[in-house]
Design a protein around this ligand. Structure first.
Ligand code: EPU
Length: 417
């Protein structure tokens, strides 16, 4: 297993480019199953989760080729409708094939995802939404067994906002008979990215970017070519890298509109920004003012940036509270950050962070994707050497993070096992 060794305490400078958004690309890859033929996705980073989804699509019968940021998916000969446990247990986003498989084959067999490092992650909302569209679902031997003779539009009223369930409902509704109204739909930019892709394929969807989506089913969809949207979580992670190392850096090829809540919070900590088209420059605070956050669905503060913001607060001048409402147990990074001499006390889904004057490098372990990013950020700011093991977690969702940080002048190297 590879490790990162970071010599912290160095200032960063310069500029890096943001990659395409993993959490938009994964559902779009699944959505290519809705049409027969070759779809082409550009601005696709080389991530382990994208390799895993490619593997799953190949099992289903697609031809998938990746070369320098371009992913070609030819679904002409797909004939298998199963997502096996060996894949779904490694990558929960595999559940995104459920809606597209039902729409294409009238049936699907998808393993239940099981445990996850960030907490309980049920699929009941996916199931209820698809049942509304006429799908019969049985859970047997650890699998979701779904079949449907004809998808039929209906009203889907989500009791809770869910990115994945909205995406599965959309993918089934676009080929259903008549109209579907999705209420309390997730408004995350990644859902809008999927909607743009479906519209390009020929779907009829109104209400993009709102909680009410109106879908008129069409008979067929066409394969398309599309550039993937930038990754707001990667962008946010690099902005926090500037804040925590007190360095002026720029991020390019990002979408500032997706980052308003984070930038507002960073401004509360004393940072300032210069925004120009798709470029953001951060002017960090030299004395970090504490700020409280509570994670919420978009446009609230994203759970996927909670760990990184918490890392920043460990060096604030005072106390802050970090409340996690999406995945209340998503605090695996806390004991590891405390190994770097942070002072974080955890109680009932809230972290009370007492800022310390400095962090000190130590050996720590990555436990999930965003927790790993938080440890990298803390390691960049800490005095001395930090070694982070199990960094395969970070390779799931950050494209060459160490290379991008090296371009900014960080002393970080990968030790291959
Ligand atoms: N939920 C249910 N039942 C369901 C589905 C979700 O109760 O059937 C709950 C979840 O337990 C959670 C809340 O609803 O409390 C929201 O979960 P959501 O379904 O929105 O999450 P997801 O679709 O499984 C995606 C991202 C996550 C990100 C969340 C929240 C992808 C592939 N994953 O997951 O990304 O944290 O939305 O924004 O898009 C990451 O990239 O590190 C990551 C975990």
């Amino acid at each position: 297993m590879d490790k990162f060794i970071i010599n912290g305490g160095k200032k960063l400078s310069g500029s890096i480019e943001i990659s395409g958004a993993k959490n938009a690309i994964l559902p779009i890859m699944a959505a290519t199953l809705l049409a027969k033929g070759k779809s082409i996705l550009t601005n696709v980073p080389n991530l382990n989760d994208i390799k895993m989804m490619s593997h799953l699509l190949r099992i289903i019968g697609a031809r998938v080729d990746y070369f320098e940021g371009t992913l070609e998916i030819d679904t002409t000969n797909c004939s298998y409708y199963e997502a096996p446990y060996e894949i779904v247990s490694k990558m929960r986003a595999s559940v995104n094939v459920l809606g597209p498989l039902i729409a294409r084959f009238g049936k699907a067999k998808v393993s239940l995802p099981g445990g996850c490092a960030i907490g309980t992650r049920p699929v009941d909302l996916h199931q209820k939404a698809l049942e509304k569209l006429g799908v019969n679902i049985n859970i047997k031997h650890g699998y979701i067994l779904a079949n449907c003779s004809k998808l039929k539009g209906n009203i889907i009223n989500f009791e809770k906002s869910s990115v994945g369930a909205t995406e599965n409902a959309l993918c089934a509704a676009v080929l259903a008979k008549d109209e579907t109204n999705i209420r309390n739909a997730a408004m995350e930019p990644e859902v809008s990215g999927l909607i743009d892709f479906l519209l390009e394929m020929g779907a009829d969807i109104q209400g993009k970017g709102t909680t009410h989506l109106k879908i008129k089913g069409v008979k067929t969809l066409q394969p398309v070519e599309m550039e993937m949207i930038p990754d707001r979580i990667e962008a946010g992670t690099f902005l926090i890298a500037g804040a925590i190392t007190k360095s002026k850096i720029s991020i390019e090829k990002c979408e500032p509109g997706y980052l308003q809540t984070l930038m507002g919070k960073l401004e509360e900590t004393g940072a300032k920004f210069e925004i120009e088209d798709n470029k953001i420059k951060i002017f960090p605070a030299q004395n970090i003012i504490p700020a409280n956050i509570e994670t919420q669905p978009f446009p609230g503060f994203p759970t996927d940036l909670q760990a990184q913001f918490l890392a920043l607060m460990t060096l604030a001048d005072g106390k802050s509270f970090i409340k996690e409402t999406i995945f209340p147990d998503r605090f695996m990074h806390v004991p590891e950050l405390n190994r770097l001499h942070a002072d974080i006390r955890l109680e009932k889904g809230i972290a009370e962070v007492h800022g310390v004057p400095e962090l000190s490098g130590a050996e720590v372990m990555a436990t999930d994707l965003r927790a790993s990013a938080a440890l990298v950020l803390a390691g960049l700011a800490a005095n001395g050497q930090t070694t982070i093991s199990r960094i395969y977690h970070i390779d799931r969702g950050y494209d060459r993070i160490e290379k991008k940080l090296q371009m900014l002048g960080a002393e970080i190297k990968r030790i291959e096992s």
